[in-house]
Design a protein around this ligand. Structure first.
Ligand code: TRP
Ligand code: ZN
Length: 881
């Protein structure tokens, strides 16, 4: 039954719902193996639905107990019920009440969609199509209803009963050991935002008063014993609420805001109305078990889910093709929040690194799709880097194109016009077009066209005419089902750096429309002329990464290193240095027979040295400048016939070459960064650790034998996870003396903290050596590992598949086979997690022929499977097509 490929869903087939559901009253009687769900729906036939058309509701693995219409039990010949569908004939034309009772088995629900139990706590996950696993429904985002939820459970099993909206009533069920709570959510919402939680959890509380004067109770619920680790999450929540009022004018709209942390969760977190449910990884933090990156992740995800209350919940998506309407926009909002909380430059560089490492490969491979796709087989597979990260870039470009003021006007109009609606990208863009008076027709192509556009820019300075000409060519490569693509509207931020390091301003610019420093590129080929440029400038192109494109230019290393030292745009300083480093690494990779030592341009060494020592630059920024691109980054830049071993070798050579060339300064700067104040997760303090730990990586791999001791010492003396994990990583990846003891000590210390053990798994899974595959296989049997927990799977098998270029892409194909077999096994229990893991194969066509053949054989073997889930089937098919 699972083998048949269901028909794809197409954007052009969208039709409004045939019936409207105005209210939903749920009565949920929880029990681990037999939960009863009563759903009372008030339904109307939509205005243009012909009388006599049957009512069809969605289901998924449901079992129907009883069905009544307007209080009358329905005879069996009036309806047809299967696990995935309920069809009822002859429903009235006027409003009617449907009572549906279903029976669920939460303990058997290993998909973590619908109602399930995590460590004994009942919880739900309904996005995208999980509500249909709870009751029969019009489970689509354009069906908005007002929900009232009664939850009942044994009082001892679940003292805590949470639902969406505001609490209304609670009490005992007389004559039983059970109790109940009733919740009411006044805001109409789609079913994917429904949630409930029931269990025995601890609570950390605070309050927030909104700018409108509403006093909101804030609660974070966690397993008992974790109360002390919620402080950062609560602080992040209050800062998010304040920021959304200040920057977007958006206030919270209920009396309570609840957050629950669970340990079994497929994704990061979920924005259910008034009841956000989180992967505990994005709630719990203390210095001994969480890294600085974890703290930043918590801040960002708390903000993201909170911001969804307006972008996603109050205004939701008409259909799942519009997913980027809420996700791209909300990622943009959480990025801006983090930029305001921390360093804007460092945040932008980190976001672009993430985009390039996750989204660019997706856009360059068989899984490429537009930010707004037109067709899907399995919606769960479209929660991608393209929808989220590129989607955020498109919103950022919109702001760049319009300017801050008109962008804000457009947002205000969007909130005013579409509050309470399920809407589309077209409606969103129309608000900005109206607010700014600018046509966004060409800009809208960013939502339609997959593939990363390439920009080729050649600059030429005419000294006699004092003119700088930029010849700009744009092209978007073909992607699955999209061959030829018209030109995009690309906002290109440009600055001209004069020889003395100051910015030159032209008297005028011709050949393109400009607004401020933004040049609007709209044609396949454009010559942009800057007039009256008094000195020969070095153009600083695509400042702040003003568009998600790959940029090639005729700037030489001298000019790039000049920018690296002088650009007033910090992003481009970093980018310029990276470009020279990439060139060196790529030359070395393709050098043929491997040189024992590579020659690093002394000017590059000097530039790195200058950056490292420049006290005016914040440490976090210097850390980013010094960090070499990873193996996967280098592979991406090379693009085809990738040989991961050659890449890894070149990178290692460069790292030890730089370590030798930089000499004692490395250690000096390391020491400078080490004597920090007591641990604090704040950005400034984290930045010092970031720089220190990048330097530790160089120090650990240099020629000097004494450096191994330094790493060991940091491991032993660390008073926080960031420093401990950084040292452990160097020890294990370089197989320095003592690495086994360090692994044992770490496991000993953190045995009872699963989230810390995830780091222990990850360090081992990403070790570049030959022995890693056997180690990872053995670790799947470790007592702290569980294939049922998505965090564990990501930490071990996910890290191996996406974070270990060499060993996943082993020449003997054993890396592919291991991941494929793991995916097939996982697929029988959690298809969504299995399909995500399988996406690690997305760059297989870029490998050199031998590895490519191995990967293909593995995918073809998987494709033969007869009982793949639709989720995994979809990824296998698209990878091979
Ligand atoms: N809407 C969630 C977010 O981005 C994503 C999400 C959480 C999700 N859990 C999911 C998507 C399960 C699909 C399936 O914040
Ligand atoms: Zn989201």
């Amino acid at each position: 039954m699972r083998t048949e490929t269901p028909a794809p869903v197409r954007l052009e087939d969208y039709r409004p719902p045939r019936f409207e559901i105005d209210t939903v009253a749920l009565d949920i009687k929880l029990a681990p193996r037999a939960t009863r769900v009563g759903a009372r729906l008030t339904i109307r036939r939509a205005a243009d639905t012909p009388a006599g058309e049957p009512l069809v509701l969605d289901g998924d693995e449901l079992s129907l107990v009883s069905l009544a219409l307007d209080g009358q039990i329905l005879a069996a010949d009036r309806y047809r019920a299967t696990p995935s569908r309920l069809e009822i004939d002859d429903v009235p034309d006027g409003p009617f009440v449907l009572d549906i009772e279903t029976r669920l088995d939460p303990d058997a629900n290993t998909k973590l969609m619908g109602l399930y139990r995590s460590n004994g706590t009942y919880c739900t996950q309904c996005e995208a199509e999980g509500f249909r696993r709870i009751t029969y429904f019009l489970d689509r985002p354009d069906c908005l209803a007002v929900y009232t939820t009664r939850i009942e459970a044994r009082a001892s099993e679940a003292p805590l009963l949470l639902g969406n909206g505001n609490p209304v009533e609670q009490g005992e069920v007389p004559g039983t050991d059970r109790h109940y709570a009733i919740w009411h959510d006044p805001h109409p919402k789609p079913s994917y935002l429904f949630a409930l939680v029931a269990g025995d959890l601890a609570c950390v509380s605070d309050r927030f008063t909104t700018a409108e004067g509403r006093d909101v109770a804030l609660n974070i619920y966690v397993e008992h014993g974790n109360e002390a680790n919620c402080g950062w999450a609560m602080d992040s929540l209050k800062r998010s609420m304040h920021w959304d009022e200040e920057v977007f004018g958006r206030c919270y709209d209920l009396d309570v805001f609840n957050i629950v942390a669970v340990s079994d969760f497929n994704m990061g977190a979920m924005e259910n109305k008034g009841l956000n449910i989180f992967n505990d990884k994005y709630v719990l933090a203390d210095p001994d078990t969480a890294t600085d990156q974890d703290y930043a992740g918590i801040e960002a995800v708390i903000a993201h889910e909170y911001f969804h209350n307006w972008t996603g919940n109050r205004i939701t998506c008409r259909d799942w093709f519009q997913l980027c309407l809420k996700e791209g926009l909300t990622v943009f909002r959480d990025q801006e929040f983090s930029a305001d909380m921390r360093s804007r430059a460092v945040k932008r560089i980190s976001d672009v690194r993430l985009l390039k490492s996750h989204q660019f490969p997706e856009d360059a491979g068989p899984l490429a799709h537009p930010v707004r796709p037109r067709l899907y087989h399995e919606i769960n597979n479209f929660y991608t880097a393209t929808v989220y990260e590129k989607g955020a870039e498109v919103v950022r470009m919109l702001k760049t194109v319009l300017g801050g003021e008109d962008f804000r006007k457009g947002m205000d109009l969007f909130f005013a016009r579409h509050d309470g609606e399920a809407t589309t990208i077209e409606a969103f863009l129309a608000c900005f077009a109206q607010a700014s008076g600018r046509s966004l027709d060409q800009f809208a192509l960013w939502y339609e066209q997959a593939g990363t556009p390439s920009l080729r820019i050649d600059s030429a300075y005419d000294a006699s005419g004092k003119r700088l000409t930029l010849t700009v060519k744009q092209q978007t490569p073909p992607t699955p089902k999209q061959a030829d693509k018209p030109a995009l509207h690309i906002p290109l931020r440009v600055g001209l750096m004069g020889p003395d390091g100051t910015e030159l301003s032209p008297s005028s610019i011709s050949g393109a429309e400009t607004t401020g420093d933004v040049v609007h590129i709209t044609a396949p080929l454009q010559k942009v002329v800057f007039h009256d440029v008094m000195d020969r400038p070095v153009p600083s192109l695509l400042r702040g990464f003003s568009a998600p494109v790959t940029l090639k230019s005729n700037l030489d290393d001298t000019e790039l290193l000049f920018l690296a030292a002088n650009d007033t745009d910090p992003f481009n300083r970093w980018e310029a240095l990276q470009s020279v480093i990439f060139k060196t690494l790529i030359d070395q990779t393709s050098a043929g027979p491997r040189q024992q030592r590579l020659d690093i341009d002394p000017r590059l060494v000097a530039a790195i040295e200058a950056t490292m020592a420049d006290e005016r630059l914040e440490p976090a920024f210097r850390a980013l400048c010094l960090q070499l691109p990873g193996d996967a980054d280098i592979a991406r830049e090379i693009g085809n016939d990738v040989d991961p071993d050659a890449i890894h070798f070149a990178r290692s050579q460069m790292r030890s070459g730089l370590a030798d060339a930089l000499g004692p300064m490395l250690k000096q700067t390391y020491d400078n960064m080490s004597n920090a104040a007591p641990y604090s997760p704040e950005a400034a303090s984290a930045g010092r650790r970031a720089l220190k730990n990048v330097l530790l990586d160089y120090l650990g791999q240099g020629q000097g034998g004494a450096s191994g001791d330094l790493v060991g010492r940091q491991f032993e003396q660390a008073d926080n996870m960031t420093d401990r994990l950084a040292a452990l990583t160097v020890l294990v990846h370089a197989r320095l003396p003592g690495h086994e003891e360090a692994l044992a000590a770490f496991a000993d210390r953190h045995a009872r903290t699963p989230l810390a053990m995830d780091k222990w798994f990850m360090v081992q899974a990403t070790a570049p050596g030959e022995e890693t595959l056997a180690a990872v296989k053995a670790l799947t049997g470790h007592p702290a590992f569980s294939p049922a927990n998505p965090n564990r799977v990501r930490a071990l098998v996910g890290a191996f598949a996406t974070g270990n270029q060499r060993q996943f892409n082993r020449l003997d194909g054993a890396g592919f086979d291991f991941v494929a077999d793991f995916v097939l096994d996982l697929d029988t229990r959690n298809p969504q997690a299995a399909a995500r893991l399988l996406s690690a194969f997305r760059s297989w066509r870029a490998l050199e022929p031998e590895r490519r053949a191995r990967a293909k054989a593995t995918l073809e073997r998987m494709a033969q499977g007869t009982d793949l889930s639709p989720d995994v089937r979809d990824i296998v098919d698209r990878c091979l097509q």
